[in-house]
Design a protein around this ligand. Structure first.
Ligand code: GLN
Length: 276
């Protein structure tokens, strides 16, 4: 019988040509096949045997399918989210938005939160789990994404404090909100892509010729939605700080940039300028 360490070694070798993280992938898929978490797998290697379903998971990964879509889950901030191909896979880069909000609001937190383009609900639900008194609304233009977000809210016990609505950004929404979280599509139409993104919903990724189309629509909506001491945290591409800052400044907002762990500009913080 093939042992767990041998199986992981062989799977890592097979996945190396298609993945930048073949060993991690092999561990996550084997843990998923065994219906245990990755730590348990690594601790209990000698007591476990390889389940028959493992091979088909490896074959799916070999076709390029993202790990999060195969296992159906991805961790984000302090929570674990259910994900399907109807939603973007939450990325650690996007945690930069939550860090920015934590710096602004501290432990007390915001009272009312809006998440535009909520997808899996990652940003809204991370914020609601961070601040137990906050309430929030997640908006998405995709009914399938909203179903995923609602399921996540319920599973995490946050359903009472989270509402979801179908919508085109903030069309028809009334504020004010203390915290607005936004991870819009921002990839330019013709950028060549590879890897996981090829399997993700295009509507969550692409935004016209320069990747700025959705920022142009969202920026004018923000001033009327923000409470006086509030802030909007908006994700940007690494080379979009100047162009998107200008769109926000045109709306009379004050803007600061924040970097992700890789040192790339990743988040713009927009706040109302207080009247003098
Ligand atoms: N950060 C993502 C990527 O480059 C893009 C996400 C987005 O468009 N919001 O893969």
């Amino acid at each position: 019988m093939t042992t767990i360490p041998e199986t992981l070694r062989a799977a890592t070798e097979r996945l190396a040509p298609v993945s930048a993280t073949p060993r991690l992938d092999a561990e996550l898929l084997l843990a998923h096949a065994l219906q245990i978490d990755r730590n348990d797998l690594l601790m209990r290697q000698r007591d476990l045997s390889v389940p028959p379903g493992f091979e088909s998971l490896i074959e799916r990964r070999l076709t390029g399918e993202p790990i999060a879509y195969i296992t159906g889950t991805r961790d984000f901030w302090t929570i674990s989210l259910h994900v399907t191909p109807d939603v973007l896979i939450p990325r650690p880069d996007s945690e930069t938005l939550i860090e920015a909000a934590l710096d602004h609001f501290g432990a007390k937190g915001p009272a009312h939160i809006l998440d535009l383009g909520t997808g899996s609900g990652a940003l809204l639900l991370a914020a609601l789990s961070q601040w137990p008194l906050a309430k929030g609304t997640g908006v998405d233009i995709s009914p399938a994404a909203l179903a995923v977000a609602q399921g996540n809210a319920d599973r995490l016990g946050l359903g009472e404090r989270a509402g979801f609505r179908l919508g085109d950004w903030a069309e028809g929404l009334d504020g004010p909100f203390d915290l607005i979280l936004i991870n819009p599509p921002y990839i330019a139409r013709d950028v060549p892509l590879s890897g996981d993104v090829l399997h993700e919903p295009g509507g969550a990724l692409f935004a016209g010729a320069e990747g700025l189309d959705d920022y142009r629509r969202i920026a004018p909506m923000l001033p009327r939605l923000l409470s006086p001491g509030g802030m909007a945290a908006m994700e940007i591409g690494y080379d979009q700080r100047l162009s998107v800052s200008a769109l926000l400044a045109d709306q009379g907002l004050s803007v600061a940039a924040r970097r992700d762990l890789a040192g790339h500009d990743r988040c713009l913080v927009a706040t109302p300028v207080p009247p003098i």
